[in-house]
Design a protein around this ligand. Sequence first.
Ligand code: PLP
Length: 507
Amino acid sequence: MNEDKFRRAAGEVADFIVDYLKGVKDRPVLPSVEPGYLHKLLPANAPQQPEAWQDIMTDIQDKILPGMTHWQHPHFHAYFPTGSSYPSMLGEFLSAGLGCVSFTWLTGPAITELETVMIDWLGRMMGLPKELLPYTEGGKGGGVIQTSSSECVLVCMLAARNKTITALKETQPDVEDCILVSKLVAYFSEEAHSAVEKAARICLVKTRVLSTDEKFSLRAETLREAVEKDIASGLIPFFACATLGTVGSSAVDDIGGIGRVCAEKDLWLHVDGAYGGNALICPEYRYLLNGFQCVSSFNSNPAKWMRMGADGTIMWVRDKNLLIDALSIDRIYYLEDDEEQHRIDYRNWSIPLGRRFRSLKLWFVIRMHGVEGLQSAIRSHVALAKMFESWVRADDRFEVVGTVEFGLVCFRLKGENTLTEVLLQQINESGKAHMVPASLKEKYVIRFTPSNWHYSEEITKKTWDIITCFAEVVLRESRGDGQGLQGRESADSGEVLGREEGVLETS
Ligand SMILES: *Cc1c(COP(=O)(O)O)cnc(C)c1O
């Protein structure tokens, strides 16, 4: 491909993206392909000779798009929102164009320094305690962009483990690390993300999965009891993870109370704010920072709720030296002279060596939306979620479970779980909307969130219409059939809906 062809193709890709996003609403949200579908469509071997650009784009249309789950579809309400915006795409494109990798400061001074500035900007936008920010005079705070929230949790747990083992070694220098590790315990709630459990498994530490209160939040007393019990039996509590916006119901743990327990018992407290953390850029959510005095590290994922495309998660840490202690392989980092203090080698803050120029897209996103633009995007999701919540509450066939803290509403049909299970199955199979379930204290709920950014009251209303139409059929069938819905062929019910409920033809 020569320069002229590249210019033309790049323009075509831009056109393709715009047309795709404009037309995505007319596609089924979920694809109807079987696992292995693509292998059957593509040649068994790679081409020996260069192929034409047009042929590749034709395959995108004919073979790739039919196998896509359309996250930017207006009726995609699953998981959490996924950030996307033109500024983000441009940042991503430019990063690819510069074709650089950075791991030490010198491999990309601008890459390293823009990353640090973005971490500072975003931290200030959120009103984080200054101890977590990189440019605080005399401070040890700092931050780094990791690929994912899962990686943030893992590297923080590694840092905490290293800190505790190093301290234990001072009094027990002859005891093997693996013996000490076998005594370490990490704490998190039943509503914490599976990433925490995965991190604990990688770190080979024991875990305590703590129960939550009636609002699905972890209370400080629950943690305290578990920690004291473990200490009494000779174990060593070293790490706790609190969540600011759980995946199940976007609940917020008692971060302040948990922080006090962690400070008292010398545990590292990580706060996982992958989704909810983004809301901190709106001052009305700043009250959530009240408990941050004892937080050791925090992550928030702008690729979820801040219009930045995947991937990229920002992590702040109170004492960067503890992170570097755990992950650095050269140990000459406590540099005394001023210039070297400011020379960050991010390879020592994360697991990969080479890193992309990720901060570019965050910079573009913040500059081209402005803080106010990003705030209003979050506020619009919250307002629509509250509106949706009011419709659920007004319909006595349904109930809302948990608190609508951010932009997520968990709801269900009253009665046995099967009703809601069948309802969700029918909606997803119809391709008209896509949502995923959660189980909250044995209650099966459907999670609804406005997931993308061409979202409006009209679309929300249409989603509610889709839900209520399917609900009517599910409830009618459950009344008409003494055996209940379990085991019933869902495709049948789908057909019934297609035949009888003309309302759903247009989505
Ligand atoms: C999405 C999410 C994660 C996982 O994020 P990745 O970046 O995909 O690893 C972790 N915790 C919470 C609370 C989340 O919402």
